[in-house]
Design a protein around this ligand. Structure first.
Ligand code: KG4
Ligand code: ZN
Length: 333
């Protein structure tokens, strides 16, 4: 009998549902919340309310697209941590209620584990053990992955996440939230001719707070000399910021590969949609003789397909949860 799993992701500001059958993704539906843009960041209470409005139609669309009925489901996977507590609550309570009514098990999934395992959705898949650079709005990690259930964080950010570094830099440039994709767009038209500092952090950990301060002073000083400086140099400034964030990430990834001897290298998370990171990783992979893997765009940013594939591996391992499994804003794998 094929294993049919419904997965729900609601950790931040995307309401998403996916159906996977025997590890193959048949649907991946996402409702983005536009309500936050005017506030320059995600407003937790508004996110919870939007999840409540979106969850039924999103789950319904995911089941219909996959042509799978509720009665056929074998389990329901949902994001249990980390995330905004009110948002997690909507997805988890919905998943638990539906599972109870269908008399099938629930599988709580760690959002960061799911980002890593998004690399296992499509061919070509990395061989174990692999390293994954997970770069999202809330996290920056290098994860050593020996099996779907054996993941160890070997490096992480000491302050801002890579996505935050993009978004906060964009804010300093007067760009709307989330600024990461906009920096990417402007950077494509510019030259990285401004030199922002690379922090000297020992080991495999990252830091981005110094970059933010450097950008703040750089803009302040140059605008004092020429009030049109920012406007006239926006493409080159974005290219320079992007190039520095990418070099911070890839230098640590190279150090991790050298230290572990692992040459199967993946990226994951929303920032892996960044074109500068994608092309630099590909280039570094060729130079370093790595096999590099980048999930399809729709599996990089928050989505429920990654929850579904993780739920599938957990199902195979019989890693089910009780209905009283707790959600948590912060948690290790
Ligand atoms: O993984 P994700 O969708 O959500 C979280 O779990 O955080 O990541 C969202 C982050 C945001 O900070 C967004 O600005 C960034 O990913 N992002 C990008 C790009 N696309 C999304 N950053 C740089 N370039 C992009 N093309
Ligand atoms: Zn995420």
């Amino acid at each position: 009998m094929p294993v049919k799993i419904l997965a729900i992701e609601s950790s931040c500001d995307e309401t998403a549902a996916s159906v996977c059958v025997d590890g193959k993704i048949l649907s991946n539906v996402i409702a983005n919340q536009t309500v936050h843009a005017q506030y320059g960041g995600v407003v937790p209470e508004l996110a919870s309310r939007a999840h409540m409005q979106n969850i039924v139609p999103v789950v319904d669309a995911a089941l219909k697209k996959a042509s799978v009925s509720l009665k056929e489901l074998n389990a329901i996977a949902f994001t249990k941590s980390p995330g905004l507590i009110g948002s997690l609550l909507v997805g988890s309570q919905f998943a638990k209620s539906l599972a109870l009514s269908l008399d099938i098990p629930v599988i709580g999934v760690h959002h960061m584990q799911a980002h890593v395992l998004a690399n296992l959705i499509d061919e070509p898949r990395p061989a174990f053990p692999f390293l994954c650079l997970t770069v999202s709005g809330g996290h920056t990690q290098i994860v050593q992955c020996k099996s779907p259930s054996d993941l160890v964080v070997i490096g992480e950010t000491l302050d801002d996440a890579a996505g935050e570094a993009f978004d906060k830099s964009a804010k300093l440039l007067g760009l709307p939230y989330p600024g990461g994709p906009l920096i990417d767009t402007y950077a494509a038209k510019g030259v990285a001719r401004f030199n922002f500092p690379e922090p000297q952090i020992p080991g495999l950990d990252f830091s981005f707070s110094g970059l933010k301060t450097a950008i703040l002073y750089f803009i302040r000083d140059n605008e004092a000399k020429d009030k049109n400086f920012l406007q006239q140099n926006i493409n080159d400034i974005c290219a320079s910021i992007q190039s520095r964030i990418v070099s911070i990430l890839l230098n640590k990834l190279k150090r991790a590969a050298d230290q572990t001897g692992i040459r199967e290298i993946c990226v994951a998370g929303g920032v892996s949609a960044n074109s500068g990171l994608r092309s630099s990783l590909t280039g570094m992979g060729i130079r370093e003789k790595w096999n590099t893997y980048i999930p399809a765009f729709q599996y990089c940013t928050d989505n429920a397909a990654m929850i579904a594939i993780t739920g599938y591996f957990k199902f195979l391992n019989k890693e089910f949860d009780e209905l009283d499994v707790r959600i948590s804003a912060r948690a290790d794998f």
